[in-house]
Design a protein around this ligand. Structure first.
Ligand code: SIN
Length: 301
């Protein structure tokens, strides 16, 4: 698939390939689409799977509303977006389907049903790996009705393209250090603390500050405030200043879409060109239960 084919894919072109009432509708925002009229509890046929892949590359985020998925169906759907990767935090995995991590504030018999307060900061999933995640799928089993728990998405193609050319040129030559340990200690300390061996087994990785998408060929910003510790080849002050600038830029509302969840929504997004952030909700009065899978990506270049 060429870059121009994927980035200019109009909804009419995609909809012309669909049958049975399925429809692609762009979100009211800078990124994302919904695909309605599809029942993902049965595996999509080849035509539908192709349209889903094209929409994924063109819109970066797809929401499939009104889904009734059991764990097996969610794992099957995840296969459409690559090879599922089991999350490194074993405490919150589904016992029967370890590809699924549960996110929740719910506690059953004194045990958390899922990871609480997960991902409330801008990030790209597992950017601290040599091969960070390609897609993340998030299924709303129970979603807060009144108090938040939305997910924010920011378009890193647009964020890069909006920068002055001199800044783009500068960033293209830079690399950043990403730390698994820094990310874990920020987010999963409530699961357990890392052992010295686990820290040694998960060394820092270096990625370009701007990556080229392996399928569309487009360039996107690829630093997140979750795991980056420094930009290489510049002074500590310059690194801190540049990162502060980029982290503020990522949040610019021109690039951001806020997804307000409905129960039964399945969202799937492309971590190679989007950052996302969960948001808080009233954990004392509402329950949020999400099933999450992720698929293997390439080494960023
Ligand atoms: C995530 O960061 O993987 C989950 C986001 C969310 O729960 O809204």
């Amino acid at each position: 698939m060429t870059a121009s084919a994927t980035t200019s894919m109009a909804p009419a072109t995609l909809n012309a390939q669909l049958s049975g009432g399925a429809q692609v509708t762009p979100m009211d925002g800078p990124l994302g689409c919904t695909i309605s009229g599809v029942d993902l509890s049965v595996m999509p046929d080849a035509d539908m799977a192709r349209v889903i892949r094209e929409a994924f590359l063109a819109y970066k985020l797809i929401v499939f509303p009104d889904q009734e998925l059991d764990e097996a169906a969610l794992v099957r759907v995840s296969d459409l977006f690559g090879e599922p990767v089991v999350h490194h935090v074993g405490e919150y995995l589904d016992p029967e389907f370890p590809q699924i991590m549960r996110l929740s504030n719910n506690v059953v018999d004194g045990k958390p049903l899922g990871a609480p307060n997960n991902g409330i900061y801008w990030h790209s999933d597992q950017i601290f790996r040599e091969r960070p995640m390609l897609a993340t799928l998030l299924y709303g089993v129970r979603t807060p009705a009144k108090s938040g728990g939305d997910t924010l998405f920011s378009d890193m193609y647009a964020a890069f393209e909006a920068l002055p050319v001199a800044m783009q040129t500068r960033l293209l030559s830079l690399k950043a250090v990403h730390s698994f340990v820094a990310s874990y200690e920020r987010n999963y300390i409530r699961a357990r603390t890392l052992s010295a061996q686990e820290k040694a087994d998960n060394p820092d990785v270096i990625h370009p500050v701007v990556r080229t998408h392996p399928e569309t060929g487009r360039k996107s910003l690829f630093v997140d405030p979750d795991s980056v510790t420094e930009i290489l080849g510049v002074s500590a002050d310059e690194s801190a200043e540049l990162l502060a600038f980029l982290f503020a830029h990522i949040e610019d509302e021109r690039f951001v879409y806020r997804h307000v969840w409905q129960q039964g929504d399945l969202a799937v997004w492309d971590n190679r060109c989007l950052m996302h952030s969960a948001t808080s909700y009233d954990e004392n009065s509402e329950v949020r239960l999400m099933f999450r899978t992720q698929t293997q990506g390439d080494r960023p270049v």
